[in-house]
Write a protein that binds this ligand. Structure first.
Ligand code: SAH
Length: 330
């Protein structure tokens, strides 16, 4: 504001318009004078995300959104309604280069990183469109947040800023496939967000067969980084484990997974794999998933099976965006 020859306090007003009142244009900022709004228009850009598609689950009220970015790339985000509040799952990149075998988001590779504003923008637009207050955010959509670290951090600071939406850090979860140096860096940022590690295999070789990133970082290093995160932040780690029938859901797997979880203060989230049409991974039956869970529970592990949300819409990671891409390719 000082550069524009304006009073300093105007910046606070603009910040509030952008991050609390969620304005999409300078025109809306009615407590600024018309000449100032015109000046802002001339020097700065606001690029709101544009909603292309919205799917609403009839089963549980889950909403899936497809947004268009300024350069015509598209990203998807999900709004999930729980008793304890509304949770939004956002994307952190356009596409992904991690190559996990069962994931639809990575099939076309990485297009580009999302900017901090494109990350908060997903939440802002969902809050505006749905009229629902968002209380929880999970960075579990398309992309690997630790592969877009600096933008991710800026995003967290804006999202949890007391002058913005002020979402509690404890209500934010970031999920990573296990980029060791970045987990260690995040541990030192003095944040209270929850770290979720995509484990998916409880041994190095099993992990390698599902996740190429395991070729770079050994399971022991990944677990050590998680231990450091817990030590530095006091936040309990969540392990995510996508259950794939016949691949990682045997008795042997349960035993190995118990060994990993037993010695740690952690929560284990079992996700029956969402089959995607490009791959032939099979979801275990409800019964067999329960059996797997009970085995771990008996050993005193804190374990849940993730409730499937919005199974009547393109709910699984990256499926809506892929469908859109295929339509565009004709
Ligand atoms: N790149 C990050 C966050 C995005 S994916 C990560 O790897 O953690 C969020 C979670 O969904 C990850 O645990 C991922 O492995 C899992 N996931 C991806 N595709 C899936 C599928 N088809 N079925 C079940 N879980 C899946």
């Amino acid at each position: 504001m000082e550069i524009l020859g304006e009073k300093k306090f105007r910046s606070r007003q603009i910040y509030e318009w952008l991050h609390v009142k969620l304005a999409d244009s300078f025109e809306e900022m009615t407590n600024l004078s018309k000449p100032l709004r015109e000046k802002l228009e001339e020097h700065y850009l606001i690029w709101p995300l544009e909603m292309l598609e919205r799917q609403e689950s009839k089963l549980d009220g889950t909403n899936k959104f497809l947004f268009r970015l300024q350069d015509d790339n598209v990203v998807e985000s999900v709004l999930m309604k729980y008793k304890h509040g509304n949770s939004v799952c956002i994307s952190s990149q356009v596409g992904c280069r991690m190559g996990c075998k069962f994931c639809a988001s990575t099939i076309g590779g990485l297009e580009r990183n999302l900017s901090p504003s494109e990350m908060v923008g997903q939440i802002y637009q969902i809050q505006k469109i749905s009229g629902e207050r968002v209380s929880n955010v999970v960075v579990m959509g398309t992309g690997e947040p630790m592969d877009n670290y600096d933008n991710f951090l800026t995003f967290i600071r804006i999202l949890t800023d007391e002058h913005g939406l002020h979402i509690s850090q404890r209500n934010v979860t970031v999920s990573t496939c296990g980029i060791v140096p970045k987990i260690k860096e995040l541990a030192k940022e003095n944040l209270q967000i929850t770290l979720a590690l995509s484990l998916h295999g409880a041994t190095q070789s099993k992990r390698q067969s599902l996740m190429p990133v395991a070729n770079k970082y050994d399971l022991s290093e990944v677990l050590e980084a998680c231990d450091i995160y817990f030590r530095e932040t006091g936040r309990r780690i969540t392990f995510e484990y996508s259950l794939v029938a016949g691949v990682n859901d045997t008795d042997e797997d349960a035993k190995e997974l118990t060994a990993v979880c037993k010695s740690r203060n952690c929560h284990l989230n079992l996700i029956p794999v969402n089959p995607i049409k490009e791959r032939d991974f099979v979801q275990p039956s409800r019964q067999s998933a329960e059996k797997f869970k009970n085995k771990l529970e008996k050993s005193g592990i804190n374990v849940t099976i993730r409730r499937e949300m919005g199974s009547d819409i393109d709910g699984a990671c990256g499926q809506l965006r892929r469908k859109h891409a295929e339509k565009a390719e004709g």
